[in-house]
Design a protein around this ligand. Structure first.
Ligand SMILES: Nc1ncnc2c1ncn2[C@@H]1O[C@H](COP(=O)(O)OP(=O)(O)O)[C@@H](O)[C@H]1O
Ligand SMILES: [Mg+2]
Length: 249
């Protein structure tokens, strides 16, 4: 689904503050995989996601997405394949607009799965049904400005809106880092359920080793712009939590 070949990216090349963010990195992610990426701060995790999303273009190497050469394709040219969730819950939604209007915007943006805009009341009913699946009781608050909700509620709604797009790939960059533990768990469970339901290919960057153990099929550890460890789903299933901490802690 995503093929990175020999990717290098240097920021501020030739200057005193030069950073080799990625170095000859190759990675192949199959359709339907749920890859977890761990690694120290500054190891290149976000840059890797930026490369997939098209907000950073590599110096060398190639990127293929769904069989298409995407190496030089701008972000908007890839949005039909890719949805992205950031650490900050405020980034995904418009605070002053109601829940239902945020969904209307999301539905307008691309061809949405299972939402037809049309008549107002019918649209509201569809949105309520979708939101009810989160099990957060938000289906009764769809006229409320989204800015009045908690970070966890907002992040769960952002997830729901983004996977309703026609996208096939979900990029999650520390989606729970700004949340309290309970909201974090709700958001991760929601993500996992949506990834299954919509048969998405997913990539999760996390600092939380418990999440790394619990979610996803494969674990990759990054260090200094390279893949240090690449543990298959089969190997991961055999690893005990303690071993995981030993490896990645
Ligand atoms: N746009 C940029 N300009 C300059 N340096 C950058 C830029 N983006 C990332 N970097 C640098 O590249 C390295 C990798 O960053 P990043 O991918 O954000 O790491 P991680 O997400 O693993 O913490 C860091 O040293 C960071 O400071
Ligand atoms: Mg990062």
């Amino acid at each position: 689904m995503i093929e990175l070949m020999n990717i290098s990216k240097t920021f501020n090349a030739g200057k005193a503050n030069e950073v080799k963010a990625l170095q000859k990195l190759s990675l192949n992610i199959e359709e339907g995989e749920f890859v977890v990426i761990v690694g120290a701060n500054g190891s290149g995790k976000t840059t890797l996601l930026n490369l997939m999303a098209g907000t950073v273009i590599p110096d060398t190497g190639s990127i293929t997405i769904a069989g298409n050469d995407a190496t030089k394709l701008a972000e908007y040219g890839r949005s039909k394949w890719i949805a992205r969730i950031f650490q900050n819950p405020l980034l995904g939604t418009a605070a002053d607009l109601s829940i239902v209007d945020n969904f209307r915007l999301a539905a307008l943006r691309t061809k949405s799965k299972g939402l037809t805009i049309g008549k107002n009341e019918a649209f509201k009913k569809q949105v309520q049904e979708k939101i009810a699946t989160l099990g957060m009781g938000l289906e009764n608050k769809i006229e409320q400005p989204i800015g009045t909700l908690s970070g966890g509620q907002r992040q769960a709604l952002t997830l729901l809106m983004s996977v309703m797009d026609e996208c096939k790939i979900l990029l999650l960059d520390e989606p729970t880092a700004a949340l309290d533990p309970r909201s974090a768990e709700t958001v991760m469970r929601t993500a996992e359920a949506l990834i299954k339901e919509y048969k998405l290919t997913a990539i999760l960057v996390t600092h939380n080793l418990k999440d790394a153990a619990q979610y996803g099929s494969r674990i990759i550890q990054m260090g200094e712009g390279e893949v240090l460890k690449n543990i298959s789903a089969k190997e991961k299933a055999k690893l005990k939590q303690a071993e995981l901490y030993e490896w990645f802690g």
